[in-house]
Design a protein around this ligand. Structure first.
Ligand code: GDP
Length: 603
């Protein structure tokens, strides 16, 4: 121990103090408390509150439930009297540049992402671009993998994001990041367009990012450039030399052939976009990745997209803030500042952010905390006003309100043969006001990447004769993505058609909240019979619906008409208690029947 006076031991209870935001779901609260959501739902039931896992609850409810479960619930953010208030309509994900005075804008380097089918050479290409460049530079520093790197091509810079693949690309976009100016689509010339090539194309198109094709592995004897170009033409990427607009550069990532030409073409394609930023303002951008190691603590790679980042700056990432204590470039050199399009690794954040979280520099800690409070509020308001994801149920209203002009769909089916007729029929739906736009169609189960694409592009996922992967299912639940599966084509088409016309009937499912066993029957003159029952599970509620089960058979479906404890009317009766249940228009309960209380929940 050092000579320092020892601090009081951490109170064992301290671990049970949980910070929660002003509003959160049952699932979120369970996560923060590190308990099962089921335990929270049970506790809430005991308190007479029926909740499902996605139920939004306020701070007070969380505090009560938490304290009953032995936790101390404290507000996540302290309130300050003059903290700015959230303005309704402030988007939770802010965008860069749009509010800059054009006079302050300067050209910035392009930011490039590499996509393509597995094993077509994305990693080899990224490595070879980087190594060629490091060897060329005099410094020749030790490269550090920080998630992105920048190269210098005769005085002009290009930034590459170092995590190839459309999954990472779309996951970042789903978090609000827009940090790719150009996609390099790597297609192995010996293999051609493969399923993930198609996915990558659709993901790039959904993001409205231009595509430059690198026809790789041309060193291989079985490389067939023309065949690859034909297959690209079949997916509407017509090569320039075939009369189209897509630049295809033959390369060998392994033998480092064609790399310079590829880099030249990056400038050519991105030149039209006139990429600009204002270097003379506090930095804004995207967190690319983060790592935690014992020696250095948390290292976060930030991609500066506007402004300039300096040592000592106070940075807000999502709902966390920290101060830039040290800053490194991708070759491990300590640097003092970083301008637009530059990726830097910084020390000083309290925790590792999620890739794609946006960051910005603010004046002081105080402003940071206020901003976080505003952002949390704004995100909540925005979630209420306009959910990010479009469900078929709300499409008509959002279309009427002018919120959306396109119904984006991700379509997955069991076989190619069913995709075409479905896509064709869907294309014929819609009107001038609202078009059906299939972002991606493919065979196979609904995957995480499909759901991610739906999140990033406000789309609905439609499955025909396919399952949904369990990871995709979890993601869809967390992100509230509308995933609909069908086994009959006309039903699928009919649903979309009805949704477009505002005729889709909401679908409900029964959620059982409790069960009671009938122990005795009391006949009450003029009021029918009352089932004297014992609640064995969950709870029976006065305004609930009921099934009566006799053995395997359901003999009644209707409403609970009265609920009493002894002589008193009550709103609910929890498990372990006896009660008298009256059912609407039903007097035939028998001893031994089970009364199942349920509610209808919209799916
Ligand atoms: P990724 O999955 O797209 O990142 O593909 P990789 O970069 O890991 O490459 C897959 C395999 O293809 C590796 O064995 C590479 O060495 C090989 N490869 C990549 N580029 C070339 C190339 O230009 N020519 C040849 N012959 N092989 C290559």
């Amino acid at each position: 121990m050092s000579g320092e006076e020892s601090k009081p031991a951490v109170d064992g209870n301290e671990e049970r103090i949980v910070q929660v935001p002003p509003s959160l779901t049952v699932r979120d609260l369970a996560g923060l408390m590190d308990v099962s959501p089921i335990d929270i739902i049970k506790q809430m039931m005991n308190d007479g509150i029926m909740a499902n896992i996605n139920q939004q609850i306020d701070f007070d409810t969380a505090a009560i439930v938490g304290s009953e479960m032995g936790f101390e619930i404290v507000p996540e953010l302290f309130e300050e009297e003059d903290a700015p208030r959230a303005e309704p309509g402030v988007p939770p994900r802010w965008r860069f540049i749009s509010d800059e005075d054009p006079a302050n804008l300067r050209p910035r380097p392009p930011i490039v992402t590499v996509l393509g089918h597995v094993d077509h050479g994305k990693t080899t290409l990224l490595d070879s671009i980087r190594e060629t460049n490091v060897q060329a530079s005099e410094a020749g520093g030790i490269t550090q993998h920080i998630g992105a790197y920048q190269i210098d091509v005769q005085g002009r810079k290009i930034t590459f994001l170092d995590t190839p693949g459309h999954e990472a690309f779309t996951a970042m976009r789903a978090r609000g990041a827009q940090c790719t100016d150009l996609v390099i689509l790597v297609v192995a010339a010996d293999d051609g367009v493969m399923p993930q090539t198609r996915e990558a194309i659709d993901h790039a198109r959904a993001a409205q990012v231009p595509i430059l094709v690198a026809l790789n592995k041309v060193d291989k004897s079985n490389a067939n450039i023309d065949r690859a170009k034909q297959e690209l033409a079949d997916v509407d990427l017509l090569a320039e030399d075939w009369g189209g607009e897509v630049i295809c550069v033959p390369i060998s990532a392994k033998e480092r052939q064609g790399i310079e030409e590829l880099l030249e073409n990056i400038f050519l394609v991105t030149e039209v976009a006139e990429l600009k930023a204002n270097p003379d303002r506090p930095a804004q951008g995207t967190a690319i990745e983060g790592t935690l190691n014992e020696r250095q603590g948390v290292t976060v790679t930030l991609l500066v997209q506007n402004g300039t980042l300096h040592i000592g700056d106070v940075v807000v990432i999502g709902d966390r803030c920290g101060k830039v204590r040290a800053m490194f470039d991708d070759q491990g050199n300590r640097i003092q500042e970083a301008g637009p399009s530059m990726p830097v690794a910084i020390l000083g954040m309290p925790s590792v952010p999620t890739s794609g979280d946006l960051f910005e520099v603010v004046e002081s800690d105080r402003v940071a905390r206020d901003l976080i409070a505003v952002r949390v509020d704004a995100a909540r308001e925005a979630a209420k006003v306009s959910p990010r994801v479009i469900t078929l149920d709300d499409i008509f209203q959002r279309m009427q309100a002018g919120d959306i002009k396109e119904l984006n769909l991700v379509l997955k089916a069991d076989v190619q043969g069913s995709i075409e007729p479905i896509a064709k029929s869907l294309a014929s739906l819609g009107s001038d006001d609202l078009k059906v736009n299939i972002l991606h169609q493919g065979t196979g189960n609904i995957s995480e990447s499909d759901v991610m694409l739906a999140v990033a592009s406000s789309a609905t996922v439609i499955g025909f004769n396919v399952e949904i992967d369990s990871a995709a299912q979890r993601l869809a639940e967390v992100e509230a993505v509308d995933v609909r599966r069908y086994h009959v084509i006309y039903r699928l088409i009919e649903d979309i058609d009805k949704a477009l016309q505002g005729l889709l009937e909401p679908v409900y499912r029964d959620v059982v909240t409790g069960r009671a066993e009938v122990k005795a029957i009391f006949r009450i003159p003029r009021r029918g019979s009352i089932a004297g029952s014992y609640v064995v599970d969950g709870q029976i509620t006065r305004n609930g619906l009921a099934h009566v089960l006799r053995g395997e058979e359901q003999i009644y479906e209707g409403k609970i008409a009265s609920l009493k404890r002894f002589t008193e009317d009550v709103q609910e009766v929890a498990s372990g208690y006896e009660c008298g249940i009256g059912l609407e228009k039903f007097n035939d309960c028998q001893e031994g029947d089970v009364i199942e209380c349920y509610q209808k929940e919209q799916v």
